[in-house]
Design a protein around this ligand. Structure first.
Ligand SMILES: *[C@@H]1O[C@H](CO)[C@@H](O)[C@H](O)[C@H]1NC(C)=O
Ligand SMILES: *[C@@H]1O[C@H](CO)[C@@H](O)[C@H](O)[C@H]1NC(C)=O
Ligand SMILES: *[C@@H]1O[C@H](CO)[C@@H](O)[C@H](O)[C@H]1NC(C)=O
Ligand SMILES: *[C@@H]1O[C@H](CO)[C@@H](O)[C@H](O)[C@H]1NC(C)=O
Ligand SMILES: *[C@@H]1O[C@H](CO)[C@@H](O)[C@H](O)[C@H]1NC(C)=O
Ligand SMILES: *[C@@H]1O[C@H](CO)[C@@H](O)[C@H](O)[C@H]1NC(C)=O
Ligand SMILES: *[C@@H]1O[C@H](CO)[C@@H](O)[C@H](O)[C@H]1NC(C)=O
Ligand SMILES: *[C@@H]1O[C@H](CO)[C@@H](O)[C@H](O)[C@H]1NC(C)=O
Ligand SMILES: *[C@@H]1O[C@H](CO)[C@@H](O)[C@H](O)[C@H]1NC(C)=O
Ligand SMILES: *[C@@H]1O[C@H](CO)[C@@H](O)[C@H](O)[C@H]1NC(C)=O
Length: 561
């Protein structure tokens, strides 16, 4: 099985070049210790390391594992173990799995713990086990109940990794890379890099090489080798892709180039307006945000979930309907906002004419009374408009001290006077192939421009400084030591911080009256007038909230019982 697949991919010329390269490399090893230009980065030189062939991997009795165990990526606060499922294996439940901890160089586990969570995207037959962080010097692996111990997954650092890849319409592979340290917002020199395809990048003779078409920020575009394209099954245990620095090392990779089911050009796009968002532990705000935006014409929501541990899956299940077509996508990667947006734009491209990139505390508001779709159609009359920029109004706590029961759009009505930066709505067909985006703006193809919308036509109400109980969560995330919050755009800098708060998360006495310069009840009035249930006098998210809660409690009980 495996051998056949390899033959599929490795051509004779590739083998020749690999051998040649191997010789060259060993020569270089002896003559130089500097493989990397010092101003770029220092990845591990994976294919020159000894390859201790793992027992589990060569043992036929563990065939099952070979196909289901994948690699481990250690994040600062947890370890992720990725599993791929053969078509025949059902997804594992949390109860099926233990996280095992191994001392260095030992194949005997020292201890085990239950996983934090098991997560997955069923259609990709991919599962992810979240394990508590291993102690320093230990590695983590998992054991599936009723099966032998699963060892042999490679352990990777999250900040030096090729973590995601997909095959685009033109058959190029879009590769998401962490750790190259390339300059922001610039096209880098593609000829300094190379794409490699294979199963194990430490075994140089089994990799296929191809050229990098473009590389910028943290995304590379590779020419996909024909043999990879013709591999009929691109999901389970398919070939991986990585990036090599010419004259340097190959990055570790867990990325298998998927041909997303949605990457075909449909005759007609089903949705005029979609939204991509990235969030963490904000499930409680989703209902109002989705129902309101459905009311103004949004038809599809893509939620990139960055390691939430609230009830987001239950909440999404309770919102989901024909009218509220919302899906959750696992995106555990750190400091990857731009990459996540690009990934989402590609995902949305086949079904959406326009894609907005906003957070769940941001709401499009149309003071003019025009509908969102009218505004988009007006802009689209000029075919060279590829991006529409919308200003944001930042709302303060508006005198409140507790979360408003009718939701943020009704509760918060006082804001700062000046608008802060823009968010954008883009036509995903006209993105520049580099997929560069900075502070919510994409680079477009030559010949396309952006338009700034007048605030009187459309604006974003950003409920940025909510009651302290809510704001402090955001604040804690922001002062986390290991990395800045993704929502805190590097380029927006200090504007995004709450002025005068320093680093102590203690409620200032006058918090509830801060950031209040202008009373703005426009959106509140529209919401109350158009969305209140005449009989119950409740807003849809208030009713839904109750029903949803009951359902989610019932579901939970079933799981545990
Ligand atoms: C593990 O093995 C490698 C080589 O086999 C050795 O260099 C390393 O020091 C060992 N580590 C420990 C903690 O024993
Ligand atoms: C992409 O590859 C497939 C399979 O090799 C081929 O049928 C198709 O024509 C290619 N498309 C483009 C745009 O090159
Ligand atoms: C790109 O890199 C290659 C190889 O390092 C070099 O020959 C070429 O001049 C560079 N091109 C630019 C535009 O810097
Ligand atoms: C590809 O997947 C299909 C099921 O989706 C399976 O029937 C077929 O045997 C697989 N082919 C290979 C070569 O693995
Ligand atoms: C949701 O949207 C996707 C396209 O993005 C479509 O394929 C799917 O059928 C939609 N689901 C519902 C329930 O409308
Ligand atoms: C995801 O959350 C972590 C905190 O667990 C944060 O450090 C990281 O920057 C976030 N990543 C993105 C892309 O938002
Ligand atoms: C479309 O918009 C661009 C950029 O604002 C402008 O230069 C161009 O004249 C517009 N075209 C038409 C037909 O209005
Ligand atoms: C993408 O942007 C670059 C500049 O960043 C430009 O040189 C290139 O022509 C653009 N690509 C397309 C297809 O327009
Ligand atoms: C907002 O309106 C309230 C009364 O409804 C008033 O007391 C307050 O001063 C107004 N605030 C501003 C900034 O205009
Ligand atoms: C909502 O209410 C406003 C008045 O507040 C009204 O002008 C508008 O037509 C209503 N309908 C929609 C779909 O917003």
């Amino acid at each position: 099985m495996r051998d056949r697949r390899k033959r599929n991919v490795v051509s004779w010329s590739a083998l020749f070049w690999c051998t040649f390269f191997l010789l060259l490399l060993s020569y270089l090893l002896f003559t130089s210790s500097r493989f990397f230009s010092p101003d770029t980065f220092h990845p591990e030189l994976v294919h020159t390391l000894p390859t201790p062939l793992n027992k589990a991997l060569s043992d036929d009795s563990s065939l099952h594992f070979r196909s289901s165990l994948q690699e481990t990526v250690t994040l600062p606060d947890q370890a992720l173990v990725f599993l791929n499922h053969p078509q025949t294996v059902r997804p594992f439940a949390k109860e099926d799995i233990n996280c095992l901890y191994f001392p260095a160089n030992s194949s005997v586990p020292h201890s085990w713990r239950p996983p934090i969570d098991v997560d997955g995207e069923e259609h990709l037959r991919k599962q992810m086990v979240r394990c508590p962080l291993p102690p320093p010097g230990f590695t983590v692996s998992i054991r599936v109940r009723s099966n032998a111990q699963l060892q042999g997954g490679h352990s990777h650092r999250w900040d030096l990794l090729v973590y995601e890849a997909l095959v685009d319409r033109d058959n190029s592979t879009v590769v998401f890379v962490k750790g190259l340290g390339l300059r922001p917002e610039r096209v880098s020199n593609a000829s300094k890099f190379e794409c490699v395809y294979g199963w194990d990048f430490r075994k140089i003779k089994y990799v296929l090489r191809s050229n990098v078409m473009s590389i910028a920020q943290e995304i590379a575009r590779c020419t996909t080798p024909r043999s990879v394209l013709s591999n009929p099954n691109r999901t389970h245990d398919s070939v991986k892709v990585s990036i090599r620095v010419k004259g340097g090392g190959t990055l570790n990779s867990i990325a298998r180039p998927l041909l997303s089911p949605g990457l075909r050009t449909p005759d007609r796009k089903p949705h005029e307006m979609c939204i991509c968002t990235m969030l963490r532990n904000q499930a409680q705000f989703l209902k109002e945000w989705v129902i309101y935006h459905a009311h103004i014409g949004v038809r599809r929501w893509f939620v990139y979930d960055n390691n939430s541990d609230d009830d987001i899956e239950d909440v999404i299940a309770s919102i989901f309907s024909v009218k509220h077509n919302i899906s959750r996508h696992i995106w555990p990667w750190i400091k990857t906002q731009e990459a996540g947006f690009a990934h989402c734009a590609l995902r949305a491209r086949d079904s959406c004419k326009w894609v907005g990139f906003i957070d769940v505390d941001e709401f499009f508001y149309l003071p003019s009374g025009l509908s969102l779709l009218d505004v988009l159609r007006n802009q689209a009359k000029n075919v060279s408009v590829g991006e529409i920029r919308v200003s944001c109004h930042s709302f303060g706590p508006s005198g409140l001290t507790q979360m408003p029961p009718q939701g943020v759009t009704v509760g918060y009505t006082c804001r700062k006077a000046t608008a802060e930066r823009h968010k954008s709505i883009v036509n995903p067909e006209v993105l520049n192939s580099t997929l560069i985006n900075v502070v919510h703006h994409f680079h477009l193809r030559d010949g396309f421009h952006y338009m700034n919308l007048e605030r009187s036509e459309m604006v974003i109400n950003h409920y940025k400084y909510q009651v302290w109980e809510v704001f402090k969560e955001k604040f804690y995330r922001r002062v986390a030591t290991y990395v800045a919050d993704w929502q805190e755009d590097q380029n927006a800098g200090s504007k995004d911080r709450a002025p005068g708060l320093g680093t102590k998360a203690v409620e200032p006495e006058d918090w509830s009256s801060r950031f209040c310069e202008v009373n703005d009840t426009g959106l509140r009035d529209v919401v109350l007038q158009n969305l209140t249930n005449r009989r119950t006098h409740l807003l849809p998210w208030q009713e839904e909230h109750r029903r949803g809660r009951r359902r989610s409690r019932k579901k939970k009980g079933k799981h545990k019982g």
